[in-house]
Design a protein around this ligand. Structure first.
Ligand code: GSH
Length: 249
């Protein structure tokens, strides 16, 4: 039975789950929502307000890690994301947890800050993020005009600087791991790799048929994508997308 993936179009945790579904070769359809009143429907469906949520044969699962464990269990014949060896499995799950903790809260702020520097990009990103809400583009632009000065306030700047520094040093570490073994936890892709690829969704728009910003492919946070040291991470991510992805339904 087809899996339903409920997401916000630009949700990086949802992209992590979508990559899992592709990686395992599972049949799925995407149900788009927007942050705001739409979340009442999510609450009704799953008892909480966040995406990703999947529905499969009467089960409703939320939280990307819980979904990963569910998929491994429910589809034992599909390509595994977790090693069978328990020590290795722990290594992968620890890396996934760390990537969630570091990238999860920081990437959206960094990406929003970048978008605020360019009115058209802000409007495109806002329109994609709120696609199912009917919020007019003019209102999205107006929110950008208000938010931009606020992004220069010293406490906000300090937080964004911390986010950029922390994410940069993590991405550099990931590049070293990839250079050594090809993937983050060894010589074959695991949940850790799908997590790193999915959670960096909004740092550089991937070339994917499910991407909500198709005319912005390859664009992103210039400080990262134009830096050859960190740029290597995105070259690796492109290759991972190419071997993982399937065409749009
Ligand atoms: N730990 C959760 C995090 C999910 C999460 O933070 N989702 C964001 C979108 S990327 C969300 O739904 N935010 C809406 C809200 O906080 O109301 C997971 O791994 O799935």
């Amino acid at each position: 039975m087809t899996i339903a993936l409920h997401r916000f179009p630009l949700s990086h945790f949802s992209e992590k789950v979508r990559l899992m579904l592709d990686f395992k070769g599972l049949d799925y359809r995407i149900v788009e929502h927007s942050p705001g009143p739409d979340q009442l429907a999510l609450m009704k469906l799953s008892g909480q307000r966040k995406v990703p949520i999947i529905e499969h044969e009467g089960s409703v699962i939320h939280d990307s890690t819980a979904i990963a464990l569910y998929l491994e269990h429910a589809f034992p014949d599909a390509r595994p994301m977790l090693p069978s060896d328990f020590t290795q499995r722990r290594v992968v799950l620890d890396m996934e947890e760390r990537l969630d903790a570091v990238l999860g809260p920081r990437v959206p702020g960094i990406a929003a800050d970048e978008a605020l520097r360019d009115g058209d990009l802000w409007a495109d990103v806002g329109a994609a993020a709120m696609a199912t809400s009917g919020v007019p583009r003019a209102l999205i632009r107006a929110v950008g005009w208000i938010a931009r000065p606020a992004s220069f306030l010293p406490p906000v700047r300090r937080q964004l600087d911390e986010a950029r520094t922390t994410v940069r040093s993590l991405l550099l570490e990931l590049c070293e791991r990839i250079a050594a073994d090809g993937y983050l936890c060894g010589r074959s892709p695991t949940l850790a790799d799908l997590t790193a690829a999915g959670l960096t969704l909004n740092l550089k728009v991937p070339d994917s048929p499910h991407n909500a910003l198709p005319h912005r492919v390859g664009e992103g946070v210039r400080e990262f994508i134009n830096d050859p040291a960190v740029g290597r991470f995105f070259d690796w991510r492109d290759r991972l997308y190419a071997v993982t992805s399937r065409s749009a339904p």
